[in-house]
Every structure is written in C-alpha cells, then in structure tokens.
Design a protein around this ligand. Sequence first.
Ligand SMILES: Cc1cc2nc3c(=O)[nH]c(=O)nc-3n(C[C@H](O)[C@H](O)[C@H](O)COP(=O)(O)OP(=O)(O)OC[C@H]3O[C@@H](n4cnc5c(N)ncnc54)[C@H](O)[C@@H]3O)c2cc1C
Length: 396
Amino acid sequence: MRLLECDVVIVGAGPAGSLTARTAAENGVDVILIEEHDVVGTPVSCAEGLSLNGVLDAGVEPKEPYVSQKITRAHVFAPNLKYVELTSESWVGFSLNRNYFDKALGDNAVKAGVKLYNNTTVTGVYKEKNKVAGVDAIQNGEKIRIKAKITVGADGYSSIVRRSAGMQRFYSDYVSCAQYTIDNLKLDDPEKNEFYLGVERAPGGYAWVFPKNEKVANIGIGVRKIHTLPAVEYLKKFIKEDPRFSQGKIIYTCGGITPASGILDKIVDDNLILVGDAAGQIVPCTGAGIHSSIEAGKMAGKEAAEAIKIGDTTKERLTKYRDQFDKYWGKRIRDSRKIVEMLDKFKDDDLNSLAEIITNEEILALANGENTASALARIVARSPGKIVKLMAAYLF
Ligand SMILES: Cc1cc2nc3c(=O)[nH]c(=O)nc-3n(C[C@H](O)[C@H](O)[C@H](O)COP(=O)(O)OP(=O)(O)OC[C@H]3O[C@@H](n4cnc5c(N)ncnc54)[C@H](O)[C@@H]3O)c2cc1C
C-alpha cells in the first residue's frame, strides 16, 4: 500500500469539497482533494438551479459555459394548475451547466495549491487509536493510504466517510429524484422556472421545469415517504400529461437522492468534518443544496486551516465550524424543515385553497426558510379555518 501525508484530506470534489479544499489551501495548509470520477463535475445529477449570489459566492463568473440560462421568475402551480407568480426585483438566478461549474470550482482549488486526485475512490476512513487519521482509497487499482490531521467528508448524501467513521448511517427523511433533460421544446418563456405541487402528482415533493434555453429544459420530479411508485414513473406521467412536451426528445437522464431531514446532529468529531450533502446541509423544502454547500465549504476550510495552525483538531475546536454555519444557514434549514412537515399534512384541496391566498413573498419565505414566522402569521390571518388548523402547530 502506498502511503501519502497531508494536513487536510477532502473526499469528494463537488461544490462542498472544492470550496473546502480551496479555502483551506488559501489559508496556508497542505490539502489533498479526492474525487472518484475522471473529470470533476461529470456526470451531472442536478436540476442546475442557482441564484446569482450563489454563483458569485462560488467565485465563478455568471457567464457561459458555467451558466446556460438566466432565470428571472417562477410559477408555482397548485394541484388544480392555478399558479402564483414569483418575481423579485432583487433576485436573479441561473440554470447552470453544472459540469462546467463544478469543474471550475475544482480548477480554482487546484490553482490555490490543492493536489487533486481524480479517478480515486475512498473505501473508508483510516483510524489510529480509535480516531480518524486519514482515508484508504483505490487509485487505478492500487491501494493508497492518505494520512491527514483533518479528514473532510464532502462525498455526498451516502458519504462513505460519514458511515465508516461510525457516524449516522442514514437520513430519517430524503427525496428520491428522477430527471430528463429534454430537447426540441418550444418554451414560451425560458427565463421562467416552473414548480408543480400535488400529493397525486409528486407525493411529498414537487415536479420542476428548469429551462436551459428556449428549446432545452431539465424536467424532473422528487418524491418522499408516501410515494407508491419509483420517482421516474411519476415523471413519465407528468411529461405525458403536458402537451408542450409531446414532441420533446430526451437527451440525458439522471436521478439521485437528496437529504430532507435537515443537518445531522453530529457533523464534526476529533480530526473529522462533514460538509454539504454528507452533513445534510440542504434546504429541505426546495432541495437546494449548491449554495449552502459552497458556504459550508468555505467555513469548513477556514476552520480546518486554523485548527491545524494552532495544533488543536479536537471536536470541541472543530465545532466552531458548525456554530458558524448554524447562525444563518442552520436556522434556514431548520425552519424550512418545519414547513416540509407542515405541508405533509396538506391534501390537494388544501394546497389549492392555500394557493388562493398566499403571496409571492410568502412562498419565497416558506420555501427558503427565511422569515418563516412572520410569513406564517400573515397567511394564518387571512386563511379559512381548515388551513389555520393545519398550520397552527407550526406557528413559531
Ligand atoms: C436530481 C437532483 C436535482 C437537484 N437540483 C438542485 C438544484 O437545482 N439546485 C440546488 O441548489 N441543488 C440541487 N440539488 C442538490 C445538489 O445537487 C446538492 O445539494 C449538491 O450537489 C451538494 O454538493 P456536495 O458537494 O455536498 O455533494 P455532491 O455534489 O454530491 O458531490 C459529492 C462528490 O463526492 C464524490 N464522491 C462520492 N463518494 C466518493 C468516494 N467514495 N470517493 C471519492 N469521491 C467520492 C462524488 O463523485 C461527487 O463528486 C439536486 C439534487 C438532485 C439529486
């Protein structure tokens, strides 16, 4: 077995891993970033929606090839297909080309001095005296051991780092997703994202149409808990029922799982940090995890570098990263999770009633977990009794 050593070893070159790696290296420590695929960013399993702020916070210019389509509004459809239009003068988003976007994040990490080992699969953490001391991996058929002062699990929802370190194995709630990228469409407004709610249409989740240009869109569906069929069966039905998609040509298929239960209780241990989907750092109501992973990565990278410099990599010290993340993102994620639990009680008729009274700003607040308390209070003030009852337990 070949032996390597570094200050910080990071498993997974998604947004969380690349930003952790780049920030740690920029703060003066020696970093190895490991990615199992040949090329960072490929294959893509994502609807590719990200706000302008998310793109800028990642350190990427909002231009081609990293982004493919500017998004300025959204329609949120109730089960009866009535919709609420979401617009905001202060909000712009994009459909990304995530293969280019994630590759750019990895390249930026390398430019900062990170050693990237692609085509390398981590098989588990390596322990000394019962504490994580690095990882074991396979590179081109050869076994390697990378010893590190801090190991970072940025390896997505099923994180081998998390599980092999003896931390939580599974999320108590998650979304199963299926998506087709469809060409040959004639979209009336490519700057508009569409979201479709409904217990029948997308049990526990929603369907989406995210344009990549006027002819191509990512069309997908996420389902939770109460679904009786695989996500792809709901997706096929959704596409079949919309005449706009009848001439469409599927050019790419993907799917995946996103955590929906919120941040795990334990995301640091002695010499160990979890970040991104591996830590459950995803906004549960929307399933958006790119921006939060980027921000978490920056915080984790900075704390890892500082912990190494002062020679204290204990869980007590690394908890500073969690505390920092919790201040803004942690609260958003917790509040958004409460909205998911509230909406789980809504039947299709209730969702139709809610759509009659809810405003643009209130939908944004609830979905994103921002200012949820005041949004809920305003909605309740003008809701029919049945909706008030469904919401009552969730008033903050
Ligand atoms: C269908 C779908 C649609 C989505 N749409 C959106 C969206 O529109 N907007 C949004 O914000 N979020 C979306 N998300 C969520 C978003 O993709 C994730 O939250 C985000 O990618 C998390 O980043 P990450 O770096 O934590 O993990 P990932 O991006 O999953 O990266 C993990 C990396 O670790 C690597 N890896 C895993 N195991 C190993 C191993 N053993 N050894 C080496 N490398 C390993 C993987 O190859 C991967 O590169 C979507 C998710 C899905 C499934």
